[in-house]
Design a protein around this ligand. Sequence first.
Ligand code: NI
Length: 153
Amino acid sequence: MTAARGGELKIELGRRYRFAAAHRLHSAQMSDAENARIYGKCNNAYGHGHNYVVEVSVSGDVDPATGMIANLADLDQFVQREVIEPFDHRSLNEEVDAFRAEVPTTENLCLEIYRRLKAFPKAKLERVRVEETSNNSFEYAGEEAISGSDVAR
Ligand code: NI
């Protein structure tokens, strides 16, 4: 997407990241039987893991001096600090504060990653897309725009 504005070009930059993490889908608001019925094998008490893929899109004006919206090294460093280090090879339920109270579904994971990346100072966060498996992905673009695709968990 490009749009001319005051002689500057607004372009969107997409970057892909990966991390592996374990989770267990279990809601404290439901009985054990309900949890088992709703989440099935994802409710297994010992958890299971996924190789998550995160796509981050940011936008901004192209800096005429550098020819870039933002330096990829800055984005990488930010995503590394805010998402990869705290999530990679972790138990989302046990080691990420947000998931002590919330069920670590990929919907909630996508929202949490968006919240963490919103503060990126060098460009505007447009959206976060998280792939849990090759069949499931969830996308969040802030406020009202939420969508997901679920072929088979
Ligand atoms: Ni899972």
